[in-house]
Design a protein around this ligand. Structure first.
Ligand code: G3P
Ligand code: MG
Length: 246
C-alpha cells in the first residue's frame, strides 16, 4: 500500500473549527481559522440517525443550535435547516450544521491540516469510526496530506484503523494513564492528545522519547503554551488561534 504524506503537525490548531472566534463546528469557523493565519483545525464528527457524518460536539442539539433534543431523534432532512450560528453571535445567523464531507472539502480548499475527532454517540462507536475513516478516504488525492483521526473511544479508533489503516490516528485522553504505551501500541496511534492542564514535564519527556507525537487541548494561555512547548509539545489545540502564537 502506498504511504501517505506525513502529517504536518502544525503548532496551532483551532478547536472545533474556529475556537472562540466563531460558532463551533461550522464552515464559518474554518473561514475564521484561516483568516487569523492558523494552519490547522480540529473538529468533532458524529453520525445522525440516518448515518450521515456531521460536525457536532454534543449528542443533543440545544447548546449549539436552535433545535432541541437528541440528535438521534432528528431525521437528516430536518437537521439541515437548523441555525448553528446564532448561539455564538447574531452575525452568524443561519450558519448550518455541516456534513463531514463538506468540511473536509473546505479544509482541502483552505489548505488546513485537519484533525477529525471521532465523537460517537453512545452505542455508535464502531459505526462512527468506520464511517469517518471511509469518508476521509473518499475522493482523496493520493498525494494530499490526509486528515489525522483522533478519539477518546478505543472502539472507534480500532474501527477506523480497520476501515482505513493508512490514515494517521491519535489517542485522546484527559489524564495520561500509567499504561499509556500499551494503549498506544494496541491502537497503533502516531500521537497522544491530552489535556494541557494535566500534562507533566515527565510525561511529556516520556512520550517524546518514545517517538509519539504530543498534542494538547485546550490551551488558551500563551504563557502556559510556551512552557509546554519547551517540554516538547508538537501541537496546541486552542480556542484562541489569534492569541496562541508559537
Ligand atoms: O480533540 C481535542 C478536544 O476537542 C477534545 O475535547 O470535548 O472539545 O471535543 P472536546
Ligand atoms: Mg473535539
Amino acid at each position: 500500500m502506498r504511504a501517505l504524506p506525513e502529517w504536518p503537525w502544525p503548532t496551532v490548531m483551532a478547536h472545533r473549527c474556529g475556537g472562540a472566534l466563531a460558532p463551533e463546528n461550522t464552515l464559518a469557523g474554518l473561514r475564521v481559522c484561516k483568516a487569523v493565519g492558523c494552519l490547522g483545525v480540529e473538529f468533532d464528527v458524529m453520525l445522525t440517525r440516518d448515518g450521515t457524518a456531521i460536525l457536532i460536539h454534543d449528542e443533543t442539539l440545544d447548546r449549539t443550535t436552535n433545535g432541541s433534543g437528541e440528535l438521534m431523534n432528528f431525521s437528516d432532512t430536518s437537521l439541515w435547516t437548523l441555525d448553528a450560528g446564532s448561539h455564538h453571535h447574531a452575525s452568524f445567523e443561519g450558519e448550518p450544521i455541516p456534513r463531514f464531507a463538506q468540511a473536509l472539502e473546505r479544509c482541502r480548499a483552505l489548505d488546513l491540516a485537519t484533525n477529525v475527532e471521532i465523537k460517537p454517540a453512545a452505542g455508535y462507536e464502531r459505526a462512527t469510526g468506520t464511517a469517518v475513516a471511509q469518508l476521509a478516504m473518499q475522493g482523496r488525492d493520493p498525494g494530499a496530506v490526509p486528515p489525522l483521526l483522533s478519539s477518546f473511544s478505543s472502539t472507534a479508533l480500532l474501527a477506523a484503523a480497520q476501515a482505513a489503516p493508512q490514515l494517521p490516528r491519535g489517542w485522546l485522553v484527559d489524564t495520561l494513564p500509567e499504561d499509556w504505551k500499551t494503549h498506544c501500541h494496541a491502537l497503533d496511534v502516531v500521537s497522544i492528545h491530552t489535556n494541557c492542564a494535566h500534562l507533566t514535564e515527565a510525561q511529556a519527556d516520556a512520550i517524546k522519547s518514545s517517538g509519539i507525537r504530543l498534542v494538547v487541548y485546550t490551551e488558551n494561555d500563551p504563557q502556559h503554551a510556551r512552557l509546554l512547548r519547551s517540554w516538547g509539545v508538537d501541537t496546541f489545540i486552542t480556542d484562541r488561534p489569534d492569541l496562541i502564537r508559537i
